[in-house]
Design a protein. Structure first.
Length: 435
């Protein structure tokens, strides 16, 4: 049946290691043996004999609830998940299981609210967010509607190097030029993302997703660096138990200062595969055509190819780690500009933890190496940029759909052409609201 197929979702979020003490009874030990090999009928039989003695055991109640859910005992499953919720409100994995169980009990409003509660957390990865969006689309379909939600962000920003000023003098065109001094400034940032997703499947997992995003950065004094950005990205999603595929089409436009600066068209096929309950591969390919709007910059027009592979592992019921390797090739469409053609490799990693029901943290680290193709007598050698970025963010829940978030980031690029060597520090503080 469709409902059963829909919610046989990969268990991506927040699993934990089994910790069974030697003093547990035979029923618990035998139940865990069957649970670990997904024999939920047998594990439910063993767990149901001893659950009254373990009403305050968080791990046991989660295992008991999962066994009950998979064997169709939804009322029993909900009671077990609620006991976990009372003692561990920050357990997002348990909250997801409650949402799934509400759906099976036809408690659609409760299911929608539980999914939205997890969706509002900033400390979940994008691919898990997509799975929650799909789940909400299916809840909405039962209610004869599509699912739509919006995320809005408002920040105060400090930027230590708005103009990417260089750290020293540099040689160019046969002469020595003085360094470009760094300019710092404050800005207001605003971001809005509107998402609509609709389940179009009958006996399959197809869905259509539409995403519209807008971004604005307005500096206090350096208005030539103000940014306006708008993007529209429709996509087609297909999901099975072990994998998810998505084909994204996109168009975006960027204004810098008061001028139209850049527009692009792109296509992104994306694939996710679940190896285990806690380990998943995520890959995508992106082809993008970049068109610069100002006549003086037409020689920057380029085609861009990007290939990424990542591994994501769930560390605990409230934390995850993901590492990615990304290869980029960009080459000019016409002209002779030596600042376009390059190959680049990036390695990055992110760790996020919702360490209480109200507070979360995210750490991000990235290194990159970009090598340009063209050699010019203006430079001493072919340009090569090596550097990286590190950032830390902290969020605090104020209301169920409103969070306060602060973030600090440091970026340093060392180029063999000193003009392009720079250091940059940014700090933001603001609010994130989910509607």
């Amino acid at each position: 049946m469709k409902i059963l197929f829909v919610f046989l979702l990969p268990i991506y979020l927040f699993s934990s290691e089994v910790d069974v003490s030697n003093d547990l009874g035979d029923n618990y030990s035998k139940g865990m043996q069957h649970y670990k090999v997904n024999d939920f009928t047998a594990s439910y039989d063993f767990f149901s004999k001893i659950y009254l003695e373990k009403l305050s055991d968080i791990k046991f109640n989660f295992y008991f609830g999962r066994s009950a859910y998979e064997t169709g005992h939804y009322q029993t499953a909900l009671a077990a998940f609620e006991r976990v919720e009372m003692q561990d409100g920050s357990n997002l994995r348990n909250r997801l299981e409650m949402a799934r169980t509400y759906f099976m009990l036809k408690m659609y409003e409760d299911s929608e609210n539980a999914f939205k509660d997890v969706l509002s957390s900033p400390n979940i990865p994008d691919n898990i967010r997509t799975n929650i969006e799909l789940s909400l689309s299916r809840v909405s379909k039962v209610q004869q509607k599509s699912f739509t939600y919006a995320t809005a962000l408002v920040n105060i920003l400090y930027d230590s190097n708005v103009n990417y000023g260089s750290i020293g003098d540099y040689e160019y065109g046969g002469g020595t030029h003085p360094q470009v001094d760094e300019i710092s400034d404050n800005a207001v940032e605003a971001y809005v993302n509107l998402v609509n997703i609709y389940d179009i499947g009958d006996k399959n997992g197809f869905a259509i997703k539409n995403s519209l995003a807008g971004y604005l950065k307005d500096y206090n004094t350096q208005n030539d660096y103000n940014v306006k950005y708008l993007a529209y990205m429709p996509s087609l999603i297909y999901q099975e138990t072990k994998y998810l595929t998505e084909l994204v089409l996109g168009v975006d436009t960027l204004s810098l200062g008061q001028k139209n600066y850049l527009s692009t068209l792109f296509i992104i096929p994306r694939f996710e595969y679940k190896h285990t309950d806690t380990l998943k591969s995520i890959s995508y390919f992106k082809y993008q055509v970049k068109t610069f709007k100002q006549t003086a910059q037409h020689d920057l027009d380029a085609s861009r190819y990007e290939l990424s592979y990542g591994l994501q592992t769930i560390l605990s019921p409230r934390s995850y780690f993901q590492a990615n390797v990304i290869g980029i090739n960009e080459h000019k469409k016409h002209g002779t500009n030596i600042l376009v053609d390059f190959n680049e490799v990036k390695l990055n990693a992110v760790y996020a933890s919702q360490f209480t029901s109200n507070y979360g943290v995210e750490l991000f680290l990235e290194g990159r190496n970009r090598l340009y193709d063209d050699y010019s007598s203006n430079f001493d050698s072919t340009r090569n940029d090596i550097g990286g970025t590190v950032s830390v963010s902290f969020s605090a829940k104020i209301l169920p759909t409103l969070r306060f978030k602060i973030k600090t980031a440091y970026e340093y690029i060392n180029s063999n052409q000193d003009r392009f060597t720079y250091a940059k520090h940014t700090a933001t503080a603001g609010f994130v609201k989910t509607f």
